[in-house]
Design a protein around this ligand. Structure first.
Ligand code: PMP
Length: 355
């Protein structure tokens, strides 16, 4: 058995994989594959509708917001948010907490005016900046809730005089959030939502139609809302499997329940990182992520041998991103706590052999 700590695409529940494969062979006992029916067929329209309503239900999305399943990943949202929300005469402001935030800023800056108002680049993005002011004449404030590469997470969001736009790619559905605090939330599907190929957007309707820009149709949120996420052919497999995965989350008791499990998983792993003399965490303690746990070894020469040792114990996907080094254990919703225990045991056994 493999314990999959990969950062994304990543672990999804085994039962979701089984149901999805069944749908590929014989969708809802129609004798047809989900991959060979029209996206306009009532059977697929029902899948899209259920996926959208599960997002609304699980995140308690208030009235006045729309939910979309789009394509292009979180990366296309970097540009799409600017097209839709950034007027010529205003500036979007960015919190630079890593490579993804930097890319979001760069794309907005291609389309209009954008500015980084605070950055943690000075310490390789190992903390979340907290001392900054958002001007009331900004177009919007953009932040990244979980910094997948560096293992930092925003545990609270600032009060801002303008709307917040948040990239929640790597922690959406992992904890309770108040959607009403944001004007727009986006997330690539390939972590806690489902397979790669879809992108979830939650947008407050009243902010749209105000950028004054000519927006290519595929990038126009209003056109996508009007077409119920089917302006063109949607990524049917990704949406279908996301729907199955969100059903799984609902059956588990929803986001508040999974958050408890996620807290337990993170607590167990950080406790071992802090206790074990061979390892140390890389993120500022108060900003540690509960989804992406980054750590290195006091003696870097032991990193390769530990990686091999952990793999022998079935713990895969823990190699850190090259810009941080060491290890990164992603603790997404589908990862059971028993997998965290397996990694902790591997760390303990390795320490016994190497101290
Ligand atoms: N933002 C964050 C926080 C991410 O972790 C990632 C991907 N790992 C992206 C954006 C880019 O997502 P995509 O590949 O869907 O464009």
């Amino acid at each position: 058995m493999k314990h999959n700590f990969g950062a994304g695409p990543c672990i999804l529940p085994q039962e979701v994989f089984k149901q999805a494969s069944h749908g590929v062979l014989n969708f809802n006992n129609t004798g047809l594959s989900i991959l060979e029916i029209s996206h306009r067929a009532p059977e697929f329209v029902a899948v899209m509708d259920e996926a959208i309503s599960l997002v609304k239900e699980l995140l308690n999305v208030p009235e006045g917001y729309s939910v979309l399943f789009l394509q292009g990943g979180a990366s296309l949202q970097f540009a799409m948010t600017a097209y839709n929300l950034l007027p010529e005469d205003k500036k979007a402001v960015f919190l630079e907490t890593g490579v993804w935030a930097k890319k979001a800023f760069a794309e907005a800056n291609l389309i209009g005016n954008a500015e980084v108002i605070a950055s943690s680049k000075d310490k390789n993005y190992s903390y979340i900046p907290k001392d900054y002011t958002v001007n009331a004449d900004s177009a919007y404030f953009h932040c990244t809730s979980n910094n997948t590469i560096y293992g930092t997470q925003m545990h609270s969001f600032p009060q801002t005089p303008v709307g917040k736009v948040c990239d929640m790619s790597s922690d959406i559905f992992s904890r309770v959030i108040n959607v009403a605090d944001f004007d727009l939330i986006y997330a690539g599907a390939q972590k806690n939502i489902g397979p790669a190929g879809a992108t979830v957007v939650i947008v407050k309707d009243e902010i749209l139609g105000k950028s004054g820009r000519k927006i290519p149709s595929m990038l126009d949120y209003q056109k996508q809302i009007d077409a119920v996420s089917m302006y063109n052919t949607p990524p049917v497999f990704s949406v279908y499997t996301a729907m199955l995965n969100l059903r799984w989350l609902k059956a588990k008791g929803g986001v508040a329940e999974i958050e408890k499990e996620n807290n337990e998983k993170a607590k167990a792993l950080y406790a071992e990182i802090d206790r074990n003399p061979l390892f140390k965490g890389t993120a500022a303690v108060e900003d540690r992520s509960k989804m992406s746990v980054c750590f290195v070894m006091e003696n870097p020469d032991l990193e390769k041998p530990f990686l091999k040792f952990a793999e022998e114990k079935g713990c895969v996907g823990i190699k850190g991103h090259r810009s941080v080094g060491g290890f990164r254990a992603s603790l997404y919703n589908a990862l059971p706590i028993t997998s965290v225990h397996a990694l902790v045991e591997a760390m303990q056994e390795f320490a016994e052999k190497n101290v």
